[in-house]
Design a protein around this ligand. Sequence first.
Ligand SMILES: Cc1cc2nc3c(=O)[nH]c(=O)nc-3n(C[C@H](O)[C@H](O)[C@H](O)COP(=O)(O)OP(=O)(O)OC[C@H]3O[C@@H](n4cnc5c(N)ncnc54)[C@H](O)[C@@H]3O)c2cc1C
Length: 369
Amino acid sequence: MIVVWFKKDLRVYDHKPLSLASQLGPAQFIYVYEQELLNEASYSPAKHSFLNDSLAELDQNLRKLGASLTTFRGTLPGVFAQIHSRTPITLLLSHEETGNHLSYRRDIRVKEWCREAGVKWQEFPQTGVIRALKNRDGWARSWNKRMNEAIIPAPNSLNLAGDNTRKDPTLYTPSELGVKGLVQDKIQKGGESQAHALLQSFLTERGKGYSSEMSSPITAENSRSRLSTYLAYGNISIKSVFQATQQRQEEIKSINPKPKYWGRSLSAFSGRLRWHYHFMQKLEDEPSLEHFNLNRGFDELRSEFDEEKFEAWKLGETGYPIIDACMKYLRQTGWINFRMRAMLVSFSSYHLWLPWQRPAEYLAELFLD
Ligand SMILES: Cc1cc2nc3c(=O)[nH]c(=O)nc-3n(C[C@H](O)[C@H](O)[C@H](O)COP(=O)(O)OP(=O)(O)OC[C@H]3O[C@@H](n4cnc5c(N)ncnc54)[C@H](O)[C@@H]3O)c2cc1C
């Protein structure tokens, strides 16, 4: 039996493992709630809600193709071993993931298990991140090449292995999995259809003023694409966003060769899609960036940690109106625009002189993306 392992790629459109499974034969389509990742400080009820929205829609879409999603909770590779003992897995298909040290170590364990169990594991890139890159020269060229590869349509049908009862997948709640944290009640809803609708409205209406309205947190809410969380969970592939943007650029140019607003806005947007994976590539190449200063010469610069200032910053009670307003907005919505993110971090590092690691962890908990 083939197993398609969904992780941060919760979609059916432009999904290579799924397309391959549709050609190769009976498969199971699984998602694993990994306890180790759920226990992380940066995981939150809001992220869990976005995840479950995405899984519910993924299951609906798989059903339209004749299959369904099965969820598991546990650790890896333990869950694979369990499945394998019941029905031997011949091929494990998934996308590569650039996550953090936990997902990296998990991947090493899975690789080892596959080798011992005689299971072939095939992974496919889905972003611009290049594994085991020797140096970053020429990275932009490789990125462009990846982004211009053909989009993979959703399969016409899938062949489900095992009992064909197609039970509803179990979507574990935060309390069942021990996920605790701040309740953020104005977050975006996860899922593939939401992602495509946002892309569409951005490219046809909302994005016109992108380049001039991106800085203010008030205008940015509508004028930025708001796709970041959908990209993080893989509800939409970066390649489809990139190619749809290119098509829209051409369409606009064919109407007006020098479009004033759209031209500037869409080229700024397209550049930012590249930034995203440029920074992720840095993390892939230098994973220590997650915890340590890029320049180790600064390690001792901020030695004391002022808990009181940290608490005030976290709650949006510093007394600086724009800082506090942005923090309160972020605590409700799980999102804020780039300039305000940079401002919140700068304020904690320079004005409050806090070492960045704990503020970073706190922001990671608040950001849905
Ligand atoms: C302290 C800090 C933390 C950040 N944390 C995250 C994060 O956890 N996840 C995340 O996706 N982005 C992060 N960003 C980058 C950026 O702020 C968000 O990508 C953006 O605000 C998301 O909103 P959007 O999708 O509407 O962006 P848009 O402006 O519509 O951009 C489209 C896409 O381009 C990428 N992008 C845009 N701006 C940047 C940028 N400055 N750097 C890298 N990629 C960018 C994102 O994938 C984004 O979804 C962070 C920036 C700062 C300063």
